[in-house]
Ligand binder design. Structure first.
Ligand code: F6P
Length: 500
């Protein structure tokens, strides 16, 4: 439990993320539902809410009128949440625009097209990003009490540390990045690089999934500031910040939730049904958000290559690909959906390459594609029956699907094999428990599929044991506790420095 400087009350952790963990919706009859959102952060923090006094501040996912706002706010408060309402035009410019059309691609190493400079098209979006970050800061200030810990998440809210420090100089501020932090050579192209980096340096602690991201951040600090920088800290006192600690705190999952889920009779039944459905065929599973960084087209083409190389496998395996719709208002995501639909069925050429050429009347097409989300129980059953999980992210902060797959394979006589992109943060933790691939090299992935399908049980077990040990030791709860512990230490170090 976190200790408070003032003994009269229990300290709160204010979790500040772009999205609330609950999604309010009103049906045609006017009835409200508040569904739990999907996504890594939601599952990670859900497990630790019992342990800490926590208030979660975030956007409730849509624009609401004043009457609706009251209903949403009341229900959210019951769930320990505080909604930050944003108008539709701000959502378009800040969330769909600057956050997901400028920062998201750049942080994943995608530069703006050269005929459409980011500078030219995004100034209004930058202003909206600033505005949204101000609105989030005001929301924090309305629930903040002295000594609370403020834990800001992700690339959406990088201006909050400075706004908050200016309003509350003693505030305990931590920020965690869920995406990669790109190489300084990429980051430096961002026209607003200075404002963003200087704002982050107003936090006490900056957390990253893997050491490379931390290193890239520090290189950017070296190149863009004249501050004193060491291996794990930056002295930002001269710009109104503090001695900022930078730490690697890799996220995890709650494997017990999956292991318990697998024991439910309805999940066991679902597993049996899936075994019947795919009898005689090995299941290769892909589960991703429908995001261009997940490399879904590369995966489909690699699977096509595998079938070209090994036509005898065409009626002995199936690729089940679940693509969970995401950020549907961003044009790049709409383009991706069209591309993937073409790849799995509509385009004559690719149908020939992937589905048509290798399908037979007896077994059907070798790719089963769904773009929808799935309940946690159905997901666990699917993870469990899969003989191979195929993760081909072109760049990925961590990738918790790989962890979930490992958890759901546990206890099987012959565990499945994880094929994992070397460009996912998870490759640094699960690399030795998987077959690592370069997803850009279609033949490499095609070969890995073959290798995984042919792998003997001893080698499968060895890979699984390694990966499962890691997943069960580095849990979501441990991640959150470690981050909060580091934050507390970073803040007490600051007190020592300032009291000397
Ligand atoms: O990985 C970054 C992230 O922002 C996660 O925190 C989130 O779960 C996921 O992407 C989906 O994001 P969005 O809120 O845009 O749907």
């Amino acid at each position: 439990q976190l200790q408070t400087k003032h003994s009269h009350r229990r300290q709160k952790v204010l979790v500040v993320a772009n999205r609330l963990p609950t999604k309010p919706k009103r049906d045609a009859d006017g009835n409200w539902t508040f569904e739990r959102c999907s996504g890594g952060l939601v599952s990670c923090l859900a497990g630790i809410r019992a342990k800490f006094d926590m208030v979660w501040l975030g956007w409730p996912g849509a624009d609401f009128n004043d009457v609706e706002k009251d209903i949403v706010a009341n229900e959210a408060m019951k769930q320990g949440c505080y909604p930050v309402f944003l108008r539709q035009n701000l959502i378009d410019e800040y969330y769909n625009g600057f956050a997901n059309n400028v920062l998201w691609p750049l942080f994943h190493y995608i530069m703006p097209p050269f005929d459409k400079g980011v500078n030219e098209c995004s100034t209004g979006q930058w202003e909206a990003y600033r505005k949204a970050n101000e609105i989030f800061t005001e929301a924090i200030l309305s629930v903040y009490e002295d000594d609370d810990y403020v834990w800001i998440h992700d690339y959406h809210l990088m201006l909050v540390p400075k706004f908050l420090r200016e309003a509350k100089p003693d505030c305990n501020i931590g920020w965690f990045l869920h995406t990669p932090f790109p190489s300084a050579e990429i980051y430096r192209t961002l026209p607003w690089r200075q404002e963003i980096i200087e704002s982050l340096l107003h936090a006490n602690l900056l957390g990253f999934h893997v050491y490379d991201y931390l290193r890239h951040f520090l290189s950017s600090c070296v190149q863009l500031t004249s501050l004193e920088i060491s291996a794990h800290s930056v002295d930002a006192t001269s710009i109104g910040g503090c001695i900022v600690t930078c730490a690697t705190v890799p996220i995890g999952i709650s494997p017990d939730e999956f292991l318990t889920g697998l024991q439910k009779p309805e999940v066991k039944q679902q597993i049996e049904q899936l075994h019947e459905q795919y009898a005689g065929r090995k299941v290769i599973l892909g589960i991703d958000r429908l995001d261009y960084m997940k490399g879904i087209p590369h995966k489909l083409m690699s699977f096509g290559r595998f079938l070209e190389n090994h036509p005898d496998w065409a009626d002995k395996c199936v690729l089940v690909q679940l693509a969970v719709p995401s950020r549907r208002d961003v044009p790049e995501y709409q383009r991706l959906q069209r591309q993937v639909h073409e790849l799995v069925g509509d385009s004559a050429e690719v149908r020939r390459q992937i589905s048509g050429k290798h399908s037979s009347i007896a077994t059907g097409v070798p790719v089963i594609y769904m773009d929808s989300s799935m309940s946690p129980d159905d997901l666990s059953a699917l993870y469990n029956v899969a003989d191979v999980a195929l993760i081909t992210s072109l760049r990925d902060g961590m990738n918790l699907v790989s962890y979930e797959y490992i958890a759901c394979q546990h206890g099987k006589t012959v565990p499945g094999v994880l094929i994992l992109s070397e460009f996912a943060g998870a490759a640094q933790s699960l690399g030795a428990g998987s077959i690592r691939v370069n997803p850009w090299h279609l033949q490499d992935t095609a070969h890995a599929i073959y290798e995984a399908l042919m792998m003997g049980s001893e080698e499968r077990e060895a890979l699984h044991d390694y990966a499962f040990k890691y997943v069960s030791e580095h849990t979501a709860q441990k991640w959150a506790e470690t981050f909060l512990q580091c934050l507390q230490e970073a803040c007490s170090d600051l007190m020592e420095v300032t009291s000397q």
